[in-house]
Design a binder for this molecule. Structure first.
Ligand code: DAT
Ligand code: MG
Length: 152
């Protein structure tokens, strides 16, 4: 299993509902390491780039309107198998199909208000999204004090 970095974002609904702290806590407690964070507003151009794979889909207008509707908290998290582990912790795309204990399963009900984004496990997605939102100098290399207890 490789150490990976993944792009995660609390969406405007999660920010409005005061869920940033809970979501950050879950990743911290899991043992993932915060590498970067940025509280920001996504504009139409960045929405089109970030969701490039969905631009032609019928739901894109709604998705773009939603993701640009208020500030988001963008982050990079690092750890063993981080990309897949974050996806597992998020639940399914549709909160209605997400198990309790997952972020979407605990905090959401509706597909278009699903609280969090995390890079998918397709090769290159995480790297592409990290590059889209962050400069290299904003990505921090450091050791967490508990790493010797988190990893064999
Ligand atoms: P995920 O966010 O789980 O990676 P995705 O990349 O397929 O899901 O879609 C991006 C977002 O677009 C998703 O979080 C919610 C919205 N979305 C996806 N499929 C949708 C649909 N069929 N109708 C409405 N919104 C949809
Ligand atoms: Mg996706």
């Amino acid at each position: 299993a490789d150490v990976e970095r993944t792009f995660v974002m609390v969406k405007p609904d999660g920010v409005q509902r005061g869920l940033i702290g809970d979501i950050v806590s879950r990743f911290e407690e899991r043992g993932l390491k915060l590498v970067a964070g940025r509280f920001m507003r996504i504009d139409d151009e960045l929405a089109r780039e970030h969701y490039a794979e969905h631009v032609e889909k019928p739901f894109f207008e709604d998705l773009s309107g939603f993701i640009t509707s208020g500030p988001v908290f963008a982050m990079v998290w690092e750890g063993q198998d981080a990309i897949a582990q974050v996806r597992t912790m998020m639940g399914e795309t549709d909160p209605a199909e997400s198990a309790p204990g997952t972020i979407r399963g605990d905090f959401g009900l509706d597909l278009g208000r699903n609280v969090i984004h995390g890079s998918d496990t397709e090769t290159g997605s995480a790297e592409r999204e990290i590059d889209l939102f962050f400069e290299d100098e904003d990505l921090h290399d450091y050791d967490r004090i508990d790493e010797t207890w988190l990893y064999e």
